[in-house]
Design a protein around this ligand. Structure first.
Ligand code: SF4
Ligand code: SF4
Ligand code: SF4
Ligand code: FES
Length: 944
């Protein structure tokens, strides 16, 4: 029912070199071997009625309405479970078949409420459609027999309803939960007539293992599982294809609309990153876009202790521009800068960095990728030659060994995790490198072959020890290395890795991983067939983040695991457009396309197009901006869509730096934590209110489509343009497609990209240019982008952040499925039902030692600061390690994190903070001050 305007072929596509030709109702059709008769019929343009079949799931053969006649065969086989054969002659429409189908439908309808006219899915219900198709006119058994019409609804899930009275027990939801999502939360409970769908052990959906991905809702052919928004609003009347604005998977969605209101988001089955699947955030958590907290009027104030004043757009933009020019006149050209956001589109990000370089006249531009994946950019560029992941997500279906390092895709990249879990259920091996026992270590029908439970901060020791096993046990793919890599660097690396000090035995005391376990894992990676590495912020957010990225690339090259399906080095980018914001030249030292600002040829191209002279010196990174603010030399900031106060480390340092500035311009949907220090507030626009593109973790550029007018009057790119014009630097784009045309003209890897191309292909993976007109799904196939792959020595250097008597525990951080980063979006949705506060996870031994009981308030103190959270006692963390999430500002997770950072990129060391944890009875001093300041700022923002 949830397939508005989409053809449902009934069973999944099959790929085969063998083609089969058959006849269906007199029509000849040729399809790949293994295709079902049902799918072949649909391809031939013949629609066979169906209820239990849908093309996202393997056929089940239970409803019997899809029966057909096949010449030479007895009986009436189900077309969904019968594979095609050469020369087969199929009849789908005979009077006998019509009788059988009507009979089946009579049985279904005799136990189904007759409330079609008031049913929420009226007009979009497969049961209703099939009743019409088979010509059902009467129900001879009547409606008075034993039935399920009195069954109660389960309304526990905030986003969908389960109305058991309407269930036809077709099993599609159960299969969707198993095959598509991989959670196995549903079963068919009871037998025969009494059977019904049940979540868990007959629990409510909310009490069960359900993670609210909605795959079952999408698969249900009746109104049994229905979105509450559809129940409230009725069916949509038009739709548009767009891209999720949450994580780096970049799921494609059909936004189903009624006028300017979203009725529901349905994952798009042609979406190449998600193939019709989604998670709870993208499918359901879009209510923030119309939340009452949205700030829709521009505002200004002189000091942050003044009340905000609502002003016109002209006045706000004019004030921001005059302040920026005043500051530059007083403190110099380099005294202002800008921060781009990975939430925003490529076009918006490009414009902000252009504004900084061309209108501000300096290179003081940075992005939130600084604090997440900047080491990926650096490390992969140094080794492989390109600052991006090497594969498509689909490539995981060809992997024999999957190594997940410092990432929890089940929570952070859930749709990709579903695909990965499918491959694991098919038998791929799994190595997880993580200090915590995450959902990735063990789940329904899979578990890690090796869980390398390392001490936080010892990644490089682990990767060097793995390299030691590879080089000393003869596991190097010598041919690959000889042909594809730089031999001088390889020989140096080989000698380094072979040193006894890098052996698993020598490193055991450092990493905490038994040497034999590490050896076995390394052998599995090197010899188990196609081996793919997926990694996350547990790799990058360390003092040696860049070193670890290079260590991963070394290992992949040495074992020949780069340049084909099923292998590769795959950074799982956190936010929707982290890849894009980096690609678009958001770093102070790089122009779009990762060309260094000191490169005079690259600079000349931009100068000619932008009609300015560019400064060849790199500008300030975010942490340098803060330091310069405290020194009095950096006084103005334009911050688009980024909440640095909540997301950057050492909150008190950030707050002091912002308090020292003279003009902070924040452009955002909400009065976020950074806006509380701002002097100009420019209302932002949500992903539903603008056109543009996002680039996901696979380098896939997808369209973002404006489905409603910008609530505050302008899309974000228009606001940047207004600011540039007010600063006297002309920008005259009429549509984001023109911005992309400029990006394409100036960026070699984007030469072939245009909105038209993206719309033609659905999405496109860069590089897309003369050499690859339809894009590049897999990189480094015949040669590395840099020519020869370069090995780099990865000497393990312990972090300065050491445990001491005063701070004996290591705090590490992460995020969970239902919330998203600083939580600005998800906290304003029903997702808070799954996670309404950040907690501190602590091992039972550490808790007992400190007299901490479950749910107690505990103070967490580091050398940066102190905060208070409630404790969750769990063995998911090892003794000596504590863990928290950072989705709520009042939690103050970043009050504790320090200013330690990656040596190459300044990416903060969020994953390792030495702390002490003690029971307490009241909030920390910082939290009390936060409460006061927050209250004051909300008061100041109350405008009549
Ligand atoms: S919403 Fe997703 S996880 Fe929950 S029961 Fe349905 S398919 Fe399973
Ligand atoms: S809930 Fe829907 S999909 Fe599941 S068995 Fe019932 S009718 Fe089929
Ligand atoms: S997996 Fe990521 S992109 Fe996909 S729906 Fe969820 S949050 Fe959105
Ligand atoms: S659709 Fe074939 S048996 Fe149900």
């Amino acid at each position: 029912m949830n397939k508005l305007n989409d053809t449902d072929f009934g069973t999944p596509e099959r790929v085969s070199d063998t083609q089969i030709t058959l006849e269906i109702d007199g029509m000849t059709v040729t399809v790949p071997a293994g295709t079902s008769v049902m799918r072949a019929s649909t391809i031939a343009g013949v629609n066979v009625p169906k209820l239990c079949a849908t093309d996202s799931l393997e056929a089940f053969g239970s409803c019997r309405v899809c029966l057909v006649e096949i010449e030479g065969r007895k009986g009436y086989p189900a077309s969904c479970t019968t594979p095609v054969e050469n020369g087969m002659k199929v009849k789908t429409q005979t009077s006998k078949l019509a009788d059988i189908r009507r009979g089946m439908m009579e049985l279904y309808i005799s136990d189904h409420p007759l409330d079609c006219l008031t049913c929420p899915t009226n007009g979009n219900c497969e049961l209703q459609d099939v009743a019409g198709i088979v010509g059902l006119r009467e129900v001879r058994y009547g409606y008075k027999g034993k039935n399920h019409l009195e069954l109660k609804k389960d309304e526990s899930n905030p986003y969908f309803t389960y109305d058991a009275s309407k269930c036809i027990v077709c099993n599609r939801c159960v299969r969707a939960c198993e095959e598509t999502q991989g959670t196995f939360a549903l079963t068919i409970d009871g037998r025969g007539f009494d059977s019904r769908v049940a979540a868990g052990q007959n629990d409510s959906f909310m009490e069960s293992d359900c993670v609210s991905c909605g795959a079952c809702v999408q698969a249900c052919p009746t109104a049994t599982l229905t979105e509450k928004t559809v129940i409230m609003m009725g069916q949509a009347e038009h739709s548009a294809i767009t891209t999720c604005a949450y994580c780096g998977v970049g799921c494609s969605f059909k936004a189903e609309m009624k006028g300017n209101e979203v009725v529901r988001m349905v994952p798009h089955k042609d979406g190449k990153a998600n193939h019709g699947h989604s998670c709870v955030k993208g499918r359901f958590a879009w209510g923030y876009a119309t939340h009452q907290d949205r700030m829709l009027k521009p505002m200004i104030r002189k000091k942050i202790t003044d009340p905000w004043q609502e002003v016109s757009w002209d006045e706000a933009i004019g004030y921001a521009a005059s302040e920026f020019r005043r500051i530059q006149a007083k403190h110099g050209k380099d005294s202002i800068g800008g921060i781009t956001s990975s939430r925003c589109t490529n076009e918006e990000t490009y414009l902000v960095q252009k504004l900084v370089r061309a209108a501000f006249g300096n290179n003081n531009v940075d992005t939130c990728a600084r604090v997440c994946h900047s080491p990926t950019g650096y490390g992969l560029k140094q080794t492989l030659g390109e600052s991006a992941g090497t594969q498509t997500f689909d490539s995981v279906m060809h992997a024999d060994v999957i190594m997940v390092i410092g990432a929890n895709p089940v929570a952070a990249h859930p749709v990709f995790a579903s695909q990965m879990k499918r491959r694991l259920r098919q038998g791929a091996k799994l190595i997880v490198v993580d200090p915590r026992t995450t959902e990735m270590v063990k789940g329904a029908h899979y578990s890690a072959d090796y869980h390398l439970k390392l001490r936080p901060g010892t990644n490089v020791a682990v990767i060097s020890a793995m390299a030691h096993v590879v080089v000393t046990e003869g596991l190097v793919k010598e041919d690959f290395v000889k042909e594809r890599c730089d031999m001088t660097s390889f020989e140096e690396w080989r000698t380094f890795a072979a040193r006894a000090e890098n052996s698993p035995e020598a490193m055991e005391a450092v990493t905490g991983i038994p040497a034999e376990t590490l050896r076995a894992a390394a052998r599995m990676y090197a010899t188990g067939g196609n081996a793919a590495i997926y990694y996350g912020l547990g790799v990058t957010e360390h003092a040696q983040g860049s070193t670890m990225v290079m260590g991963i690339a070394n290992l992949a090259m040495a074992t020949g695991n780069v340049g084909r399906e099923g292998v590769g080095v795959n950074p799982l980018r956190g936010q929707n457009n982290v890849q894009g914001s980096c690609d678009m030249g958001s770093f102070p030292h790089e122009l779009p396309g990762y060309r260094h600002i000191s490169d005079s040829i690259a600079r000349a191209e931009f100068e000619a197009r932008w009609n300015v002279t560019l400064n060849p010196e790199p500008g300030l990174r975010i942490p340098n901006m803060f330091d310069a603010a405290l020194d009095g030399s950096f006084m103005g900031l334009y911050c688009q869509g980024e909440d640095i106060v909540q997301s950057d480390p050492d909150t008190q340092h950030v707050a002091s730096a912002l308090s020292a500035m003279e003009c902070i311009v924040v452009q955002d949907l909400f009065l976020n934590e950074t806006a509380k220090y701002a002097h100009v507030f420019l209302p932002g626009s949500s992903f539903l209110e603008k056109d543009g593109t996002f680039t996901n973790a696979e380098r896939r550029i997808s369209r973002v489509t404006k489905v409603m007018p910008a609530k505050a009057g302008y899309s974000d790119w228009e606001v940047t343009q207004l600011l540039a014009n007010a600063l006297g630097y002309p920008m005259q784009y009429k549509h984001p497609s023109e911005i992309m045309d400029e990006i394409a003209a100036l960026t070699p890897t984007f030469h072939g990209v245009s909105f038209k191309k993206i719309e033609q292909l659905g999405s496109v993976q860069w590089p897309c240019n003369e050499n690859a007109p339809d894009g590049t799904p897999i990189m480094h196939i015949d040669a590395f982008v840099r020519g020869k792959g370069r090995f780099i020595i990865t000497q393990y250097v312990p972090t300065d952040e050491k445990v001491t008597k005063r701070f004996p525990l290591i705090l590490t951080t992460g995020r969970i499925l239902s919330q998203y980063n600083v939580g600005a979006q998800t906290r304003r949705t029903e997702n808070v039902r799954w996670h309404s506060e950040d907690r501190l996870e602590i091992h039972p031994h550490d808790a007992e030692e400190r007299g901490i009981r479950q749910d107690d308030w505990v103070g967490i103190e580091s050398r940066s600061g102190q905060t208070v959270l409630r404790a969750t006692i769990t063995e998911n963390v090892q003794p000596g390690v504590v863990y928290t999430t950072f989705h709520f500002p009042e939690s103050g997770a970043n009050v504790i994190t320090t200013d330690n950072s990656d040596w190459a990129t300044n990416c903060p060391e969020y994953k390792v903070t030495a702390v002490q944890v003690m029971p307490v009875t009241q909030p920390s001093e910082w939290q009390r001050e936060y409460e006061r300041f927050n209250k004051q700022q909300l008061e100041l923002a109350k405008v009549d």
